[in-house]
Ligand binder design. Structure first.
Ligand SMILES: [Zn+2]
Length: 158
């Protein structure tokens, strides 16, 4: 099955980042007009994720109306409504800022782009070919994964 792809409306920026964190191809066009969001959703076969009831209705059946205020609730809502099964292997495989697919970073390209103490402590880096941002497996990444595990009820050891 092909993984669903999303376009997220302006009120749900944090949710957009978490959809990317789960590995989903997620557009977040910022201050786009409703018409533009609907066009994007149709043209690219994306699910329109919105808090706007009217927009959700116009986007049916390829839309998802989010009601929660807190981002944790919104993540759970999206996963349940769309019956998503985020694969842990895809987590943190996308750039949170621009949606690019991360590539393994070549260590020789990193000095100057990554703080020295990070280079000294970590060996696994990924790089976004879109915006050149560099990510590494550290405590921040661990906390994100733990949060997803907790919200999605996966990765429990007992
Ligand atoms: Zn990027």
């Amino acid at each position: 099955m092909l993984a669903p792809r999303f376009v997220v409306d302006t009120m749900l920026g944090r949710l957009a980042r978490w959809l990317r964190a789960m590995g989903y191809d997620t557009l977040y066009p910022g201050q786009a007009e409703d018409r533009r969001l609907l066009q994007l959703a149709r043209a690219e076969e994306r699910i329109l994720v919105t808090r706007d009831r009217m927009l959700a209705r116009l986007g049916q059946p390829h839309s998802c109306l989010i009601r929660g205020e807190r981002v944790d609730d919104q993540i759970v809502e999206a996963v349940e409504q769309l019956a998503l099964a985020p694969d842990e292997r895809d987590w943190l495989s996308r750039c949170l800022e621009c949606n690019g697919t991360l590539e393994r970073g070549a260590p020789e390209s990193l000095p100057g782009h990554v703080p020295e103490h990070v280079l000294a402590l970590h060996t696994e880096f990924t790089r976004c070919p879109g915006c050149a941002r560099i990510y590494w497996a550290g405590s921040h990444a661990d906390r994100m994964k733990e949060r997803l595990s907790r919200l999605l009820g996966t990765g429990r050891s007992e």
